[in-house]
Design a binder for this molecule. Structure first.
Ligand code: ASP
Length: 331
């Protein structure tokens, strides 16, 4: 019987890290091929091809590299893959997942995974996560779900997932909505049907810049004053509470929003921005009047990914439509 074709790419991250000598910190050294040798049962499930596209800590991934990974994945689909799995570091996993999700045009599962314990640690979670990710990528019920993150027995949608713990094994969660699914006795079980997806065209330009600033108590406005002069093409603010900034920031933001798109998200780590609750200067109603877009449930980092991609395909006039996807509870 022909096994389904599954394509796996390794980019680096803790899952691939080892120390060369005791007492030295771990660095990415383990190839995708070597990672696969730790889950021999996969060969009974799929006809697997694996490539090591990078050995990087995920802090050093960038949009250009992610676009090359996307074109690798696209080629795998053309070769007949029924699913793709990306192995990478967990530090930027939520951002990479959102990036791929906005651009993945297929129903075919696109699954990202990593590990919290490095390859040589007792109880390393990489092999279990990788096998789980492959099961999810091969499952028929994973279709039409865009990019998903599989970690520690849970399946998270790219738009919702966040790294919410720096070192714990259970480092990923999807605030408000919870995981989309689970691996139960090696079976892929979803807890809700797939959400409708918004897919963007590939960027036509990649040299534009989007800044991300976080509001903080008593912050000065020096960076805001210089954002336009520095040549930024868009700005995302991690705002207080339901998407708020100080009065002084609001004045500066109004000026910036006349020239480039500005999105305000919540810095709280969970929940949505408001639209119609607070009327004070710097509150969301004031910011909306000043031309700002509110991020809804999108966290500041993912709002930055979305704005960069929207600017890249010159669809900034449709930003509201793409953000509506994440604020639709308010309709
Ligand atoms: N601590 C990270 C990880 O879990 C390192 C990285 O993101 O590359 O993979």
């Amino acid at each position: 019987m022909d096994l389904p074709k599954l394509s796996i790419a390794a980019l680096g991250g803790t899952v691939s890290m080892q120390a060369s000598h005791t007492g030295e910190g771990v660095i990415p050294t383990v190839s995708g091929e070597a990672l696969l040798s730790s889950i021999p049962e996969l060969t009974t499930l799929a006809d697997v091809s694996v490539e090591t596209l990078g050995l990087l800590p995920s802090a050093s991934l960038d949009f250009g590299f992610l676009l090359s990974v996307l074109s690798w994945a696209d080629f795998q689909v053309k070769l007949g893959a029924v699913g793709v799995v990306i192995i990478q570091g967990t530090d930027t996993l939520e951002e990479a997942a959102a990036f791929f999700d906005y651009l993945w045009p297929y129903d075919i599962p696109f699954v990202l995974t990593g590990a919290m314990r490095s390859a040589s640690k007792p109880g390393a979670d990489g092999p279990a996560n990788l096998l789980d990710a492959c099961r999810v990528a091969l499952a028929q019920n994973s279709r039409q779900r865009g990019a998903q993150v599989v970690m520690n027995g849970q399946i998270h949608q790219a738009r919702n997932v966040r790294k919410t713990d720096s070192l714990a094994l259970q480092a990923f969660s999807s605030p408000v909505v919870g995981p989309a699914g689970l691996l139960l006795e090696d079976c892929v079980r979803y807890l809700r049907p797939p959400d409708p997806r918004t897919v963007l065209p590939l960027p036509e330009q990649t040299t534009h810049r989007v800044a991300l600033l976080e509001a903080s108590l008593s912050a000065d406005t020096l960076l805001l004053e210089n954002i336009l002069a520095l040549g930024y093409d868009g700005l995302v603010i991690g705002g207080f509470g339901a998407g708020h900034v100080s009065q002084r920031w609001a004045t500066m933001i109004e000026h910036i929003a006349e020239r480039v798109p500005v999105i305000v998200a919540t810095r709280t780590g969970s929940g949505s921005t408001a639209r119609a609750s607070y009327g004070f200067s710097g509150g969301e109603m004031d910011l909306i009047r000043k031309g700002v877009s509110m991020a809804g449930f999108l966290c500041p980092r993912k709002a930055r990914i979305l704005l960069w991609l929207v600017l890249g395909c010159r669809r900034q006039h449709e930003l509201g439509r793409y953000l509506d996807h994440d604020t639709r509870y308010q309709n």
